[in-house]
Design a binder for this molecule. Sequence first.
Ligand code: H79
Length: 458
Amino acid sequence: MAEAIPLMYGAQSEGRRDDETMRRFRHDRFGQFIHWGLYSIPAGSWNGVTYDYAAEFLPQSAGIGPARWAGLVDDFAAPEFDPEAWASLAADLGARYVTVTAKHHDGFCLWPSSLTDFTVAATPRGRDVIGELVHAYTARGIAVHLYYSVLDWHHPDWRYAISSSQDEEAFDRYLSYAGEQLRELATRYPNVRGFWFDGTWDESVKANGRWSWEIECMLKRLIPGAIVNSRLRADEHGARHRDSNGALMGDYFSGFERRLPDPWDRTVTAEDWEACVTIPQNSWGYHAGAEVARTHKHPLELLEQLVQAVSLGGNLLLNFGPRGDGSFAPFEKDVVHTLGAWLETNGACIYGCGPADGWDYPGWGYYTADAETGAVYAVVTRIPVSGAIALQLPERTRVRNATAVATGRPVPFAVRDDRTVRFEVDRASVIPLAFALEVEQRDDTAEQPEVNPDLAGI
Ligand code: H79
């Protein structure tokens, strides 16, 4: 193995964190992402033209400069905004934590930051949106993480790259500004559980690994146990997410955006990770365009992504983009009802679960396992036309008992051979079917399967 490179600003710890806060985050498995800001008002259209790209990228798509964009501050009245209703929606969804955009790329702050005028305080709504949300979610036992974009299209000192000493001075001022904002957030909202960083891919940011290291230290000093995503971090050589020695920086890998690892890719189970996904093909902020609406995923596709993430030891952060007025669109309420109803009765195979060791990806769905109880779950998301499901057991195990998770009722199964059991599932089911398996070790000394020497080695 190559010798480790000495690093000052690489990973801050080795291996997985195993403190109470991190265990809780891992146990939660399902989070709700909220993208809400000025971009929620034009919702993808400007001067009568609709841009079928991400709504939060409208300033770029439509070529709207920061000054004109800032005019939206006057329109941010959000008469329907009700923090309690948002918290109750998150609970109905079955989300155990919520990650909210405190500041997105446009630089607009949803809290009344003392470091800029470009905040919710300047809007007709006036009040502290982040503060009200932290309060409402926390009161319902839902943990809060704050999203913060380092990239900032509004701040005059932001630079994409550093090509002069003036750039360097400006960008240093910018990094102090961002650092002070983060100190402000951690001080104002000490109950938040973590921070979710974005917009860290530009050369200017990559050249400031030390800043990202110091931010991680500061946040963890102000909020002991705070969780930060790997996207915050770069080391002194500009390596992102993982340092120049390959060690994960931050507390979990956050590079899976609008995609999940392949269902058979066990390598990802070595780290904590979280994938973030959208309901439309590509918009995080609310987009009112008809073309974007045609790309909406079916709620059950999103549910399947959740099961897939858990089967690979990851969390799923499912994005919602509330409308400019503060209400949620009907298609998002459908997602809440479908996922929430399923999780209400089937949550045992999701919360607190992770990969099932020794159980290979079966094609008809996913296995998850609860390390605490030892239960293995078979979640059928692609019912074969025959209704016959074959389970390939790990070596030296047997299924003692199987029950339907939703009802607790026993489920008959047939032992087909030494390593295979077979279920008949309801071919008419319109939702994933979850089965809890009681698995026991098999003593092989008693019953060695017969091996025909003529077939050995085939
Ligand atoms: O907040 C949502 C999006 O608005 C934001 N991230 C999610 C969570 C986002 N910002 N930009 N993008 C998504 C897409 C940008 C991708 C790119 Fe790149 C940045 C292309 C080039 C620079 C990714 C990073 C691919 C190469 C580097």
